[in-house]
Each structure stands twice: as C-alpha cells, then as structure tokens.
Write a protein that binds this ligand. Structure first.
Ligand code: MN
Length: 253
C-alpha cells in the first residue's frame, strides 16, 4: 500500500493540512506529522538545543514540538519503520514564490524529505484569506499520482503554488523568480516607549520574467517549479576559475 507522510509549517491546527490529508487519503495510507504550532518562515532550521517530544493525537496523527524539518527528520526515523513513498508539505496558507522560498518552512520540509531520498513536494495557496483549498486539493492528488507513477528527477522536489478557490487558468512549469519585500520592517513603540521592530507585510518587488513562478501565479495559474538540493551556481565555478583564476594562485586583485 502506498504510504504518504504529510507535514506543514502552519502547524497541526491549520485547515490546509486537513484538506491535504483528505485529498491524499484516497491514494494510500497517510500519516500526519506536523509542528504543534505555527512555524512559518523558520526555513530549514533543526532544533538542537533542547529535546523534542512526539505527541500522538490519534491514529496516524502526530505533533512534534519543533520545526517542520524536525517533524520530517524525527518522523522518518522514529515513526516510519520503512520510508514512505511520498512526502507532501502544506497546504500552506499563503504563497511561497521567488525569494520567499528560502524562508519557507513548508518548502524546507520537502527539502528534508528529498535529502532522505523520499520523493517530496510542497504546496501553497495564495490569494485572499480565508483560503479555499479546493483547487489545491485537486492539484495535490494529481501531482501525487504523477510522482508515484513516474518518480522525480534525482535530488529534486516540487514547489507548487495554487490560487485560492476552485478554478485556475492552467498549469505552468516555472523557474524560481525574484520577489523581495520593501518596507517590511515596521518600527513600533511598546507601552514604555521603547522601540521595537516588527517584520511583515510590505510591498512585493518582483522581476518581470514571464517564465517565473511569481508571474505564473500572478496571472491566475498553478505554478510548478522543480527545485534542486544543489545550490551551486555552476556558471560561478567557471567565473571563479577563469576570471578570478583562483586555482592558478591568483589571490591578489
Ligand atoms: Mn506557513
């Protein structure tokens, strides 16, 4: 029987993870292992400065008092006797597009799965809250089937962003674009008049590339980006070797 590990970064109480579990339960046996609270924007952090507890809420539903990466690492080693056929992270409340990917706990859980050799994907829904997961549930099932039947390229996971609602224009296979946030650090005063800084919101600055995840989503499409574990800029190797001549001992200017 097909086995599927489901996790997220919004926490066990988020509606997105239940929608995902419902959607994927028709494909096999699902096991939910999720953080016990919201862990959005924790990236790929691993808890090493304190012990972690697994809490069983019901059959095949567990929480970990840690990060999404902790859930995957501990779950794969301590809850699963044999690795699952698939790992799916989400459905995140809010997109993970462009530069946001590097902050994303949702995507990092899928990166962790890929590092352990488990085919993995991350799903996020964008638009206006409260989010409607209908299209995302349909895409989750469809893409899970694709991965189970065809597998993924080596060391590769999928980052999928879906419009909120029941409809989308079409599916676009995209590259990671750029999306930076301007004016996202807000200065506030506490009741004693001390300054504090609160990160969030702001205005998105994006690159104009029409083949990007950002553009595909902005124009009403489902964006599917294959992401790889290898962060090396391979053109950069040539640059450092040939232009900087680092390996030729050219360590001066
Ligand atoms: Mn989140």
């Amino acid at each position: 029987m097909t086995t599927i590990l489901i996790t997220n970064d919004d926490g066990i109480h988020s509606p997105g993870i239940l929608a995902l579990q419902q959607a994927l339960s028709e494909l096999g046996k699902t096991t939910v292992i999720a953080p016990d609270r919201d862990n959005s924007a924790v990236s790929h952090s691993l808890t090493m400065n304190r012990p972690l507890k697994i809490h069983k809420l019901a059959d095949n539903f567990y929480t970990v008092d840690g990060t999404p990466t902790d859930c995957v690492a501990v779950g794969l080693k301590k809850i699963f006797k044999v690795p699952p056929d698939l790992l799916v992270s989400g459905i995140n409340a809010g997109t993970n597009l462009g530069d946001d990917i590097s902050y994303s706990g949702t995507v990092s859980a899928a990166i962790e799965g890929t590092m352990y050799g488990v085919p993995s994907m991350a799903l996020s829904v964008g638009g206006e809250p409260p989010y409607d997961f209908r299209a995302a549930m349909q895409i989750a099932t469809c893409m899970a089937r694709k991965i189970l039947n065809n597998s993924l390229p080596e060391n590769t996971l999928l980052n999928i962003n879906i419009p909120s609602g029941s409809v989308y224009k079409t599916i676009k296979v995209t590259r990671q674009g750029r999306r930076l946030w301007e004016n996202s650090i807000h200065e506030t005063l506490d009741p004693r008049g001390n300054k504090h800084y609160w990160i969030g919101g702001g205005t998105a600055v994006t690159d104009p590339g029409e083949d990007t995840d950002v553009h595909a989503f902005a124009t009403g499409n489902v964006s599917i980006t294959p992401i790889q574990l290898d962060l090396t800029n391979h053109t950069g190797i040539t640059y450092l070797k040939e232009k900087w001549r680092l390996e030729d001992g050219a360590t001066g200017d």
